[in-house]
Design a binder for this molecule. Structure first.
Ligand code: ATP
Ligand code: MG
Length: 266
């Protein structure tokens, strides 16, 4: 079944007049990988929290398959939408396998009991994220990048329809970053709707079907296919900095680079 999650004209201001989103429209449709990009503080994490139903915006609405998302209960939402926040700091220690199994709880039976099929899903998700060899390690002893991949396994184990991830590759080495983007693209091609917040515009250009670019004014500066969004004029205005765009030497996609202070002044 295909799903469509949409932020419709969403605006949000946190307490003390801190605007975070202004009139933002953003879709997440089954079968496509979406990227949310933009400068620090532009509202990307806020938009993701709004899209997964954790934050109710001051204005506008989030709609899933034609129904307001706020009408869905937490468990029902968790079966549809998985959300990986930007920072996860568990307060207690669990093994890697237990963290992967946490993703199964929206599907658990009576009294939260998990069965053999749930454990098999958790094992498969550890394999998909190349973390199977860590399965008996204490999660708190892992490196930042290892933790990110295990958390991704836990999100995948949730077997949702829509997957929202906030900077899931920020601590990953170059190999694992490519592997995660490749996995997200494959998940989209298998029919999931996937939305990833990232600062890596070149990865977004190579792997995402559609981008939403937020600007420093917390509004959508551009949205659409990467080649349409990633232009020098649009990016320079959105980031308030001099941005250069060429062509990636291997992928042929837009290749984005920020000019350093001295270069941009010249
Ligand atoms: N809980 C909060 N209370 C008050 N202001 C907040 C809160 N969370 C975010 N903000 C503000 O809202 C704006 C958008 O924040 P958000 O975290 O969505 O940005 P972001 O695009 O994800 O940034 P980054 O790239 O640094 O992660 C910022 O100005 C931020 O300071
Ligand atoms: Mg953020």
């Amino acid at each position: 079944m295909t799903h469509l999650l949409e932020a419709r004209s969403v605006s949000h201001t946190y307490a003390a007049d801190t605007p975070a989103l202004r009139n933002v429209c953003a879709p997440v449709r089954s079968g496509a990988l979406y990227g949310i990009v933009g400068p620090n503080g532009s509202g990307k994490s806020t938009l993701l929290r709004v899209l997964c139903g954790l934050l109710h915006p001051n204005e506008g609405e989030v709609i899933i398959d034609g129904q307001p998302l706020r009408r869905f209960g937490a468990r029902e939402r968790a079966r549809l939408i998985a959300y990986l926040p930007q920072a996860v700091n568990p307060a207690f220690s669990l093994t890697v396998f237990e963290v992967a199994c946490l993703g199964r709880f929206p599907h658990a039976g009576f009294m939260g009991a998990l069965g053999a099929a749930d454990f098999e899903v958790a094992r498969r998700c550890l394999r998909d994220t190349e973390t199977e060899s860590l399965r008996d390690r204490d999660f708190l002893t892992l490196s930042g990048g290892e933790r990110q991949r295990v958390l991704l396994a836990s999100i995948l184990a949730q077997e949702p329809q829509l997957i929202l991830l906030d900077e899931p590759t920020s601590s990953l080495d170059i190999h694992h970053e490519v592997e995660v983007f490749d996995l997200l693209r494959r998940l989209a091609e298998r029919g999931y709707g996937v939305c990833v917040v990232t600062h890596d515009l070149n990865m977004a250009a190579q792997y995402c079907h559609e981008l939403v670019l937020l600007g420093l004014d917390h509004a959508v500066a551009a949205s659409g296919p990467p080649a349409a969004v990633l232009s020098e004029a649009t990016l320079s205005a959105a980031y308030g900095a001099s941005i250069r765009v060429g062509t990636h030497p291997f992928a042929g996609t837009p290749f984005v680079s920020a000019a350093a202070g001295r270069e941009s002044a010249s």
